[in-house]
Design a binder for this molecule. Structure first.
Ligand code: ZN
Ligand code: ZN
Length: 141
C-alpha cells in the first residue's frame, strides 16, 4: 500500500490531470483522506476537517467531483450512506465492511470476471460491476 505522501501526490496529480482547480480546502481534504487507513463518510470527513475550511455541502460537492475524476472511491454501504477513500491504487479490488463500526478491509481480488463473461456473451459491452461485502468484524462480535 502506498504511503500517505505518495497517496497525496497521486491525488494531486490526478487533480491537475482532470483540470480541477487546486484550492487550499481541496488540498486539505485530500491530505486528510490520504492520511486515513479506512474510508469515511462525508459527515465524518467534515467533522475531522473542522468547520473552518468547508461546510458539509461543499465537502459533498468536492467528494463528488473527486469521484468523477477517479481520485476517490465511493463505497456504498447498506444504509445507503457512501464511504469515501482516496484511490491511489489503480487496480481493481473489493471491500468487506463491518456493519457496526464501518471498519473496511480490502479483498485483494475479484472473482466477478466469470459473470462479466456471461454478460458479454449475452451481447453487452462496457460492463462494470459494484460488489461490496458486509459483515460484523471480530472486534464488534
Ligand atoms: Zn466492527
Ligand atoms: Zn470486481
Amino acid at each position: 500500500m502506498p504511503n500517505t505522501e505518495d497517496r497525496f501526490d497521486t491525488a494531486l496529480s490526478s487533480l491537475k490531470k482532470e483540470r480541477l482547480r487546486i484550492t487550499e480546502p481541496r488540498k486539505a481534504l485530500l491530505q486528510l483522506m490520504a492520511d486515513q487507513s479506512k474510508p469515511y463518510s462525508a459527515e465524518e470527513l467534515h467533522e475531522m476537517l473542522g468547520s473552518s475550511s468547508f461546510d458539509l455541502v461543499t465537502v459533498y460537492r468536492n467528494l463528488e467531483a473527486f469521484e468523477k475524476a477517479g481520485i476517490v472511491n465511493r463505497i456504498p454501504t447498506e444504509s445507503g450512506k457512501g464511504l469515501f477513500e482516496i484511490n491511489a491504487e489503480q487496480h481493481h479490488y473489493h471491500h468487506i465492511i463491518c456493519r457496526k463500526c464501518h471498519k473496511t478491509e480490502k479483498l485483494d481480488t475479484c472473482e466477478v470476471k466469470k459473470l462479466e463473461k456471461l454478460a458479454s456473451d449475452l451481447g453487452y459491452s462496457e460492463i462494470t460491476h459494484v460488489l461490496e461485502l458486509y459483515g460484523v468484524c471480530e472486534t464488534c462480535r
